[in-house]
Design a protein around this ligand. Structure first.
Ligand SMILES: O=P(O)(O)OC[C@H]1O[C@H](O[C@H]2O[C@H](CO)[C@@H](O)[C@H](O)[C@H]2O)[C@H](O)[C@@H](O)[C@@H]1O
Ligand SMILES: O=c1ccn([C@@H]2O[C@H](COP(=O)(O)OP(=O)(O)O)[C@@H](O)[C@H]2O)c(=O)[nH]1
Length: 846
């Protein structure tokens, strides 16, 4: 067999791809001294990959299927393999503990929901730990071979559970290598996966890849929830987000090369074999099974169901035969040897019960068959019986469909095979554990009218043709390439550190400045694991300088926070500033009254129920805290044990969705260390326009802001506040109509003399936005922590010599006035209500 590589024909222009899998597509067999024969390796991974790589200059890296110790022999074999673009990894003594041990004795059963086998307490040479060490060592040996063959720009596509450490090793070697990883087996539920010792290291390692692929949505769902549960990272529709880095996770259902099967069925050799098979089984229907003799393939279950069918349908006993190709596999793993015995026992029993001298109901073959004969078997069968207890995809079912153009036989397919999701429309789906159901499906398949068989076959044939192995490979590669360009762009877009000196200079030279500042994580006292009290409090170090800044007549300070009015009143009631609580739903000047834009009929029935859930989790998560406002609840676990906090956050969301918020009109936001539920409404960005309108209106402002500084530790969804001002710079839309003299609320519109002006006169270089401690942000700049805010506020407070004087005069005055006016629970009027009363919209045209 020669592995085709169309890229060769196109010269060296095509990109290079290194496909790395435990198994090379060919396995070597020694034929003499330094001479080898190469045969196609068994299993769907190889079949799938053979159809893939035409558009790349592909090389394969993998284990050659034999143990070779002598250096001369290694060289000879390497040379033979090189002709087929294969590069061997000689695993030597590590192989047994790596392949038979960790891969197939530990990972394989876990991935297939069969549970972790017991460690043999007497075999101290083969423990979980020794097998795990061998696994890591083998992965390093794969790395070494890749490194010897890697050229800059190569893409490395790693395959399967054998190579879960490889992405990490590759990225450690060279972070620029493009790495994809695809899992051919299923991914289990987190409940099963979490029994695996070393569970976190394996997950962390594959997450270093750029793209992770799975056969079905189910597996992706399990993988993402396992990562969030075990690692506490965030799962999004794109994949896994960990500390700002996104690992893309997506579904790529593998396929076959259907033409290869269709073509082969038409070859004279195949036609002859088909005729022979027909003759051999004339007068009988043929049920076919083709599986590696693996515990996951449900071969005993298949035989039990067939036995039941024969029991219940005596008329079929001499009219049907089950041909089972049981391809030998993993013979050195004890479970596989046990399975062989069990299966042979069943075959003997069933053939003994229902066979005769002239006919046996089960033809069980412990061998592999050559490709043409396999196609002939597929083409001859009336029914294909796939009873996998769990299977990544199961390509055998695709291959059967491809070979059935003439016969249009029926596929009975386990719902636990990945293929169940793609061929379910045309197949009879069964639960392989339910022998009665499988037995009935056998009967239904054998007696299905031609018309229905044809209809079902057509659906499946179309699917198999379109969703080929080539498409699978192309899709994976194109997402990997897109993804890499995206992350390269993201890297380039990492914001710079806030240029403090330049900002302060521009601040002091401007005439009307606006500072929008978040509260939590910005103005709050930094908390540490030692902090006892979890109340949100203004950092005491800021008190003096913040007051000076707020008293500057040329500066308007707005605290924009998720927090409620009480908290802002308590912390900022004595400052000469604007307070925007609940993301701007409520607004007040510190000495004034709260006004709101909240619709009067807003449904907040969910709040009390949700509050109970928040309280429950807060009580059970030491050092977490929650904040409740009228329209939102935020639970923060930043200072709790973060892993535990994340697990609790996940459970909390489940409780919330199951109960209090199931039918409520709310947004749920999972932040890095927080869970927020709030009534559906505006983001900080949309509130910003309204807030500015209100400020300009109430201050009777007539000159536009010419300097804006916006700083916070905002949630990602609120980060649009940074871009709000960017878009105002590009195309100013904010204008405001005001009166020449400040009207009282009773003035009618007619009597007012209107003056229109732009709210912002903002040059690009006079706008500064900064996120605290983030690298992925929409802000122009970053600053490290809230410690730096203290320093910065101080610098701003003393930056303008002219207003520094004003400050010292007005400070005590303002303080007294505010105390006299402030009422802690002031009545709320609505923006809209006020607008109507005043006959004035105070509105901004946007
Ligand atoms: O290499 P072996 O240990 O002999 O095992 C053969 C292959 O078995 C598994 O195949 C899986 O891949 C198929 C294609 O994606 C899929 O259809 C099937 O459901 C899986 O079981 C294993 O994942 C491969 O690594 C092995 O090469
Ligand atoms: O004697 C045989 C019988 C089957 N196969 C191939 O083994 C693969 C089995 O793949 P599947 O996805 O069904 O399961 P896996 O064995 O990979 O778990 C299919 O491509 C078959 O064509 C083989 O190589 N030799």
């Amino acid at each position: 067999m020669m592995l085709r590589n169309d890229a060769d024909a196109c010269g060296g222009e095509t990109p290079r791809l290194l496909v790395v899998a435990n198994r090379l597509p060919v396995s070597a067999k020694k034929t003499g001294e330094n001479s080898w024969s190469l045969e196609m390796s068994p299993g769907g991974l190889v079949s799938g990959l053979l159809g893939v790589t035409a558009q790349f200059d592909t090389k394969w890296v993998g284990w050659p299927g034999v143990d070779v110790n002598d250096e001369a022999e290694k060289d000879a074999l390497s040379q033979s393999l090189a002709k087929m673009k294969c590069i061997p990894v000689f695993l030597g003594e590590v192989f047994d503990q790596y392949y038979n041990g960790y891969c197939n004795g530990i990972l394989w059963p876990i991935l297939h929901h069969m549970g972790l086998p017991q460690e043999d307490p007497h075999d101290t040479n083969k423990t979980f730990q020794t097998q795990y060490d061998a696994y890591k060592k083998a992965n390093r040996m794969f790395l070494d071979v890749i490194v010897q063959n890697y050229q800059e720009g190569d893409i490395v596509w790693c395959h399967d559970y054998h190579l879960m450490f490889l992405p990490k090793y590759l990225k450690e070697y060279n972070n620029k290598i493009k790495v994809g990883w695809f899992l051919h087996s299923p991914f289990p539920s987190s409940e099963v996966y979490k029994t695996l010792p070393s569970r976190s290291e394996l997950l962390r390692s594959i997450l270093t890849a750029d793209l992770l692929g799975f056969h079905t949505y189910d597996f992706v769902k399990h993988f993402i929830s396992t990562c969030t549960r075990i690692l506490g990272v965030e799962g999004t529709h794109e994949g896994i987000v960990d500390q700002g880095r996104v690992t893309r996770v997506a579904v790529f259902p593998i396929g076959i090369d259907p033409d290869r099967f269709i073509r082969t069925c038409k070859l004279p050799e195949a036609t002859q074999q088909i005729n022979e098979l027909k003759e051999k089984f004339s007068g009988k229907k043929v049920i076919l099974g083709v599986d590696r003799l693996d515990t996951i393939k449900g071969i005993p279950q298949k035989y039990l169901a067939f036995e039941k069918f024969l029991e219940e349908n005596p008329n079929w006993r001499d009219k049907v035969v089950l041909v089972q190709i049981a391809v030998p596999t993993r013979n050195d793993v004890p479970e596989y040897r046990k399975l062989k015995k069990q299966v042979h026992g069943l075959v003997g029993r069933i053939n003994g019960r229902f066979g005769s001298v002239s006919s046996l109901p089960i033809h069980h073959l412990d061998c592999s068959v050559d490709f043409t004969y396999l196609c002939a078997l597929y083409a001859t069968a009336d029914v294909m019986l796939v009873t996998s207890l769990r299977d990544g995809m199961n390509l055998v079912s695709y291959e059967f469909v491809a070979c059935q153009e003439a016969k249009k036989g029926v596929l009975v397919l386990s719902e636990f095979a990945g293929a169940g999701q793609s061929l379910g429309a045309g197949a009879l789906l069964v639960n392989p554990w339910d022998v009665t159901e499988v037995s009935s499906a056998i009967e239904e398949a054998l007696t299905m009218p031609a018309e229905e068989r044809e209809k079902r076959h057509r659906a499946n044939f179309q699917y198999v043709n379109i969703h080929s192995a080539k498409k699978w490979g192309d899709d994976f590669m194109s997402v990997l390439n897109d993804n890499i360009s995206e992350s390269e762009m993201q890297l380039r877009e990492i914001p710079l550190e806030l240029p403090q000196q330049d900002m302060i200079q521009r601040y002091s030279q401007s005439n009307n400045r606006l500072i929008i500042v978040g509260f939590y994580g910005t103005l709050t006292a930094p908390m540490s694991s030692e902090t006892k009290e979890m109340d949100l409090k203004l950092n005491p170090e800021l008190k003096g300088t913040l007051r000076a800044l707020c008293n500057d007549p040329k500066t308007t300070v707005v605290v924009l926070s998720r927090s409620g009015r009480d908290i802002l009143d308590k912390n900022f009631g004595k400052y000469n500033m604007w307070l925007a609580a609940e993301n701007g739903r409520f607004l007040k000047y510190s000495t004034g009254e709260w006004v709101t834009n909240m619709p009067q009929n807003m449904n907040l029935d969910w709040v009390d129920g949700a509050k109970n859930v928040f309280k429950y989790f807060t009580d059970r998560t030491p050092r977490s805290f929650f904040e409740a406002t009228e329209t939102s609840l935020v639970w923060n676990y930043e200072y709790a044990d973060v892993e535990f906090g994340r697990a609790q956050a996940r459970d909390m969301l489940q409780y919330l969705w199951a109960g209090p918020i199931s039918n409520a009109s709310v947004d749920v936001v999972r932040g890095n260390h927080s869970v927020e539920v709030h009534a559906v409404g505006e983001t900080k960005e949309t509130e910003m326009g309204r807030i500015l309108g209100e400020i300009v209106h109430r201050k009777s402002m007539t000159t536009p802001f010419d300097f804006v500084f916006c700083i916070g530790n905002f949630l990602e969804k609120d980060e649009d506040i940074y871009t709000f001002f960017e878009s105002e710079i590009l195309s100013p839309k904010l204008s405001h109509e005001t009166r020449s003299k400040s009207p009282s609320s009773n003035h009618s519109l007619k009597k007012k003399k209107k003056v229109s002006f732009n709210v912002l006169d903002l040059k690009k270089e006079n706008y500064f936005s900064a996120a605290i401690g983030q690298t992925h942000t929409k802000a122009r700049y970053v600053i490290h922590s809230s410690h730096d805010v203290v320093d910065l506020v101080h610098k701003l407070a003393v930056a303008d010599p002219t207003t520094r004087m004003t400050n010292s005069f007005s400070d005590s005055e303002i303080y007294k006035t505010r105390n006299a006016n402030a009422s802690s629970k002031s009545s709320i009027s609505s923006f809209r209500r006020k607008e109507l009363e005043n006959g004035d919209t105070g509105q901004i045209d946007m």
